[in-house]
Design a protein around this ligand. Sequence first.
Ligand code: AHG
Ligand code: MN
Ligand code: MN
Ligand code: MN
Length: 335
Amino acid sequence: MQPNTPITLGEFIIQRQADFPYSTGELSSLLSSIRLAARVVNREVNKAGLVDVLGASGKENIQGETQQKLDVLAHNTFIDALTSREVVCAIASEEEEDYIVVSDKDNGKHNKYVVLMDPLDGSSNIDVNISIGTIFSIYRRITEPGTPVQEQDLLQPGNKQVAAGYVLYGSSTILVYTTGNGVNGFTLDPSIGAFYLSHPNMKFPEAGTIYSINEGNYIHFPMGVKQYLKYCQEKKGNRPYTSRYVGSLVADFHRNMVKGGIYIYPSGTNHPNGKLRLLYECNPMAFIAEQAGGKATDGFTRILDLEPKELHQRVPFFCGSKNMMKVVETFMKTF
Ligand code: AHG
Ligand code: MN
Ligand code: MN
Ligand code: MN
């Protein structure tokens, strides 16, 4: 090892343990199980073209989407990892209608944390070798430990998250997370299977010149978004901006956080509440965005303050550099 070898995610988690308000080591253990599952999914993603994991599973999920084989594999991998330690009492996933009660020796009743996740983000990109991801969101249960876990433990507003993060399986694999003390990114060295701190204290640039939106849906967009797009494309000052859209939220978000930009999945006549899921996608990304100095709203209201009503609830999502968010919010209010 070189003397200046960056620290690993495992070491970082231990170093930062004292930052947690309830520092019993349980959250550290939970994060370690996510790190392990990410490595397993990364391995499967990397050899996807060689083994039979591409394509549809033949089933539909509760979102009405055709499940891909890798959606199911990632879901199962994360569930296995999260239930193998006595920390998590319930898990909700984009891929399963009901939340899963963890049944350890005492039905998980004494475990304090709940996890909500999008095991495989960017399903439409799996078969074409384009970046995909995993998103996770962690809360402490609000009902008394020792009693059966309730749905209300999972339906907490995003401002109650204790940790959130994502894994981007891209040109390299990076795990980015926050526990409410800034945002740090760890790149996987696949030859030894360790994540190294590569992006300490990540910050959303205040201003940016990239906008990410599925413009094919233009006809369905609200007037505020249509006008904002016109603004992005106008020749004035540093505009027109650059348009970049991967179609995997994790990849689009990560690029915008590194370079400065805005991501929009608005409501539309085809998606009255937008497409993205509040609990599995928007809340964790909003927490990370704010921790990095960015902003996330539904066009009007802070994402983290929305009161969830159901597990698979969708909301419009506007997220990115502060200055760009300010402009789009003005358009939303005006038109
Ligand atoms: P998922 O693959 O987990 O269902 O999420 C897909 C989401 C998100 O990753 C992406 O930004 C968006 O859907 C893309 O939607 P469109 O194809 O409608 O643009
Ligand atoms: Mn999906
Ligand atoms: Mn997703
Ligand atoms: Mn998904």
